[in-house]
Design a protein around this ligand. Structure first.
Ligand code: ADP
Length: 544
């Protein structure tokens, strides 16, 4: 017997309709490329998103067709999030930090028909335009004045100013009732191995992910918060915050292109931001700024940190100096992205600081809707003892079942998605990443956790950031070395840094050497490019 309850499609547009009806006066604040601070409400957002939906249809973009964006976090990008998906087309966010060749490849692979871009990306778009024949229409995310000033009149591309497209519509549009399984948005993984792969989110997965992201032990967003996604709307939907803000009625503050510590901190203070989400390197910029100026992050209550491991010093400094609670999260493009968050359980409350910190340093436990397990090379389950590392497998309502375009072999193994991460699970269900499988270090047949070594290195007060990589070794096949960046003014030596590891890890796990560099190479999604470090330092120990 079926239950006698309504069945409603879970649609991206329904998030916006809720925000418009119940949080009409809640603000959306955007630092724009034009240099001004734009401010309006969820009611305005809803109206303009309907105008965008009309405009998209007027351009001839049909159901399922892809509309690409190259844009920072801002209100126009947000209107496209809702307008394009709400109309039944697919929003394809492009990562401007990728190489133009790679961007052109992705646009062609996705067969995008419209490309919307911020002022900052005029040169980039002009460079890739000749290589992307599927794009018939270009939209500059600004007004006619800026279009005239920035885009050469004799350029063959068909470019329109976004504000003109929007102004031509009246907003009298009813969101179509789509099948919730339809695609809403598309994001390519950064493709550290092989070509990038498209992850195609559905309306249903997006709405369920928003619930999961807002739960008290995830970001805990509410209508009393002001949330700032510093994580880009051009990669994995800014961790779902643009949707979760409408679901909860949290004020949304969009920081635009200036992600310096000074700029982010000033905007947070001015707008009373209570929750902010970024990768560790961006938080580092904010903390450095605070240290240099002797200030604290006054309005912030919670810091969501993920994309790469949050070093222990970082969550301690945020908590002890700034009074900010860190939510260390784990996820990937294929998991929408939130998969787990590290928030203490009741059973941890009696533990001392040190023991609590050890739990918080983990990547956390899955929220309802996501399931995790670890397996050995043959796919057999491994114990949750907090020690045994295995291949991390994930499944759930917002986990990818395959890649776009369809037709590739399924990545799933027995219905689970292999993350490529290596992790332990403890008896309380907390997962801890020890490595990316491609970054594993195997020395004399034993695995060494690069993340554990990096965390220890970054605990040293004179180390800014560090990467541990495996390099060739005559006797042990591979040995770990550290590549580190010292804090400003430090004269720390390799011997002193490595000496500080004594007693903290097994002797054979201590890296053979540490080299200091001015900066580590970073990828397009805020991760250290270990492959390029490995290439550079491959023979570091054999040469010596
Ligand atoms: P890509 O596009 O390269 O797949 P993603 O942005 O999807 O990149 O990143 C996913 C990967 O990032 C995860 O599989 C994991 O290796 C790493 N990652 C994410 N969050 C964390 C974290 N909190 N700690 C350690 N690694 C993390």
């Amino acid at each position: 017997m079926n239950g006698l309850m309504m069945h409603q499609q879970l649609l991206v547009s329904s998030l916006l309709t809720h925000a418009e009806r119940h949080h009409a006066h809640t603000e959306v604040v955007s630092a724009r490329c034009e240099g001004d601070l734009h401010r309006y409400t969820f009611r305005d957002l809803a109206h303009r998103s309907r105008q965008v939906a009309q405009a998209v249809r007027a351009l001839g973009v049909g159901p399922g067709d892809r509309v690409a964006t190259l844009a920072w976090n801002g209100h126009r990008h947000l209107e496209l999030y809702y307008g394009v998906s709400g109309a039944g087309s697919v929003l394809h966010t492009l990562n401007p930090r990728l190489h133009p060749h790679q961007l052109a490849w992705i646009i062609n692979n996705a067969d995008d028909s419209v490309l919307c871009f911020d002022l900052t990306f005029v040169d980039l778009v002009r460079e890739i335009a000749p290589r992307v024949p599927s794009v018939k229409k270009y939209v500059l995310l600004s007004d006619a004045e800026h279009l005239a000033a920035e885009w050469p009149a004799d350029d063959p591309c068909d470019v329109t100013a976004y504000e003109d497209l929007v102004a031509a519509q009246d907003g009298d549009f009813t969101w179509p009732v789509l099948d919730e399984k339809q695609a809403a948005s598309l994001c390519y993984t950064s493709g550290t191995t092989g070509h990038p792969k498209g992850v195609l989110y559905s309306h249903r997965s997006t709405v369920l992910h928003s619930y999961g992201a807002a739960l008290p032990d995830s970001t805990g967003l509410s209508a009393r918060d002001a949330v700032m996604p510093v994580v880009p709307m051009f990669h994995v939907n800014a961790w779902g915050i643009p949707y979760a803000a409408c679901l909860t009625g949290a004020k949304l503050v969009l920081p635009g292109k200036d992600l310096s510590g000074a700029s982010l901190t000033a905007l947070q203070e001015a707008e009373g931001v209570t929750v902010s989400a970024s990768v560790p390197t961006v938080w580092q910029g904010q903390l450095e700024h605070a240290r240099a100026n002797g200030t604290t992050l006054r309005s912030l209550q919670r810091a969501v940190i993920g994309g790469a491991a949050c070093p222990t010093w970082m969550f301690r400094e945020l908590r002890d100096v700034h009074g900010v609670r860190v939510i260390h999260g784990w996820g990937m493009t294929e998991t929408s992205p939130l998969g787990a968050a590290s928030v203490l359980k009741r059973s941890h409350e009696g533990l001392d600081r040190e023991a609590q910190d050890a739990v918080l340093a983990k990547q956390g436990r899955p929220m309802f809707g996501v399931d995790l397990k670890i397996t050995d090379d043959e796919g057999a389950d491994l114990p949750w003892d907090g020690r045994t590392p295995g291949h991390l497998m994930v499944r759930g309502h917002w986990v990818a079942s395959g890649y776009y375009p369809p037709g590739r072999p399924s990545p799933l193994m027995d219905g689970w998605f292999p993350t490529g991460d290596v992790a332990t699970m403890d008896p309380e269900g907390f997962m801890q990443i020890t490595d990316r499988s491609k970054d594993l270090i195997k020395s004399g047949g034993e695995w060494i956790s690069s993340i554990e070594i990096e965390n220890l290195a970054m605990d040293h007060p004179e180390v800014e950031t560090a990467a541990c990589i495996g390099v060739r070794h005559a006797k042990w096949d591979e040995r770990p070395i550290l590549v580190a960046v010292r804090r400003r003014g430090s004269t720390l030596t390799a011997a002193a840094l490595l000496g500080s590891f004594a007693g903290k890890i097994a002797k054979w796990c201590v890296p053979d050497d540490a080299v200091f560099v001015d900066a580590l190479p970073m990828g397009a999604t805020g991760k250290i490019l270990k492959a390029s470090l490995r290439k550079r330092y491959q023979e570091h120990l054999t040469q010596e």
